[in-house]
Design a protein around this ligand. Structure first.
Ligand code: DAH
Length: 343
């Protein structure tokens, strides 16, 4: 009897191992456990039931055989279960260095804007920002634009429908007016922000762009203060060797007015094929001038007592000049291959 039982147990063990090897899912594993270990009809229970027929002398040995088989099945099933769990969980080693997380950066435009602000703050300027939807009066009239100036044309300016006196500011210069009306001199501000013009987008134009405006009003201010300030700014921003060139220009709100160029930082005028300055040796970077006495008067400041200078620069233009960005539209594409290089 014991020999017979032993043989059967051996057969069951082989069958169990064969099936265990072919298990492919948690369900199949559970079914195998049921088949061998279920209390009522499992193979182990069936073997135990047979003990009753055993002669008393053989019972202890037969019982031991069955128990060993039971333990074997239990261990094998537990091992298979553990292997299944560790295969489905991702392997992790807590002693490895953490994988690198992508770190965000400032957009090139925001980065340039902050660096310009930083330099002027070091020179004692305050930052003053104003609305993008502006009154015609502040954008044009009080800045001394004549009634029929082309910039006032619907062709060039976004007016708000149903509000003749409201528009998207075409430059940051209306902040000069706002600030002067609200603060008595002396005053010293830079004002960064968006401006809007009805331009078709191309490599150098965008209907929305960014500027930084500067304004200083005090007693005894003259052109050399403007020159010294812009030189200090440009040396700090573009490098200590940069040379400035002031060319006569025209803006309704400054008199005299000057367009400012810097010497080409790439070739310093020595390469007639230079891709940055196109061989001219100069790069135009901003407009500036002495605040027009009429603008001071419009803002309730006495031009006999006070004078001032102002300047305005385009941030996209700075990006193109300083970093050789060939097409301004690239700055708005949100392509991380470009943006990831800056900031
Ligand atoms: N507002 C001018 C523009 O958008 C730029 C400018 C020129 C600003 C001369 C100034 C200035 O403050 O003095 O083209």
């Amino acid at each position: 009897m014991t020999d017979e039982l032993k043989k059967e147990i051996e057969g069951a063990r082989r069958s169990f191992l064969h099936d265990l090897e072919h298990v492919q899912s948690p369900e199949q594993l559970a079914a195998l456990r049921e088949r061998f270990l279920s209390r009522r009809k499992g193979q182990v229970s069936l073997f135990l039931a047979r003990l009753r027929e055993c002669p008393p002398a053989e019972k202890p040995v037969a019982g031991q055989e069955i128990n060993r088989f039971k333990e074997f099945v239990e261990e094998a099933l537990a091992g298979a279960e553990a292997a299944r769990i560790s295969a489905s969980a991702p392997w992790s080693d807590p002693s490895l260095p953490a994988s690198e997380l992508p770190v965000g950066r400032l957009h090139l435009i925001a980065d340039i804007q902050r660096r310009i602000e930083d330099i002027f703050q070091q020179l004692g300027y305050e930052i003053a920002t104003g609305p993008e939807v502006e009154r015609d009066e502040y954008n044009f009239t009080l800045l001394n634009f004549p009634e029929h100036h082309p910039a006032r044309d619907e062709q060039d300016t976004f007016f708000l429908e149903g509000h003749d006196d409201l528009l998207l500011r075409t430059h940051t210069s209306p902040m000069q007016v706002r600030y002067m009306l609200a603060h008595p001199p002396p005053l010293k501000i830079v004002s960064p922000g968006k401006a809007f013009r009805k331009d078709d987008p191309d490599a150098t134009h965008s209907p929305c762009f960014h500027q930084v405006e500067g304004l200083l009003v005090d007693r005894g201010i003259h052109f050399s203060h403007l020159k010294g300030t812009l030189e200090a700014f440009c040396r700090s921003f573009y490098g200590p060797d940069v040379v400035l060139r002031f060319r006569p220009g025209y803006f309704p709100f400054t008199e005299p007015s000057a367009e400012v160029d810097i010497s080409c930082f790439l070739c310093a005028g020595k390469n007639s094929d230079c891709r940055v300055c196109k061989g001219t040796g100069w790069l135009e970077i901003l407009g500036s001038g002495m605040v027009h006495p009429q603008v001071l008067r419009n803002c309730r400041i006495d031009p006999e007592e006070y004078s001032g200078f102002a300047f305005g620069m385009g941030i996209e233009r700075v990006a193109m000049v300083k970093y050789g960005v060939p097409d301004l539209r690239l700055l708005y594409d949100n392509d991380l291959r470009l943006l990831g290089q800056f900031g």
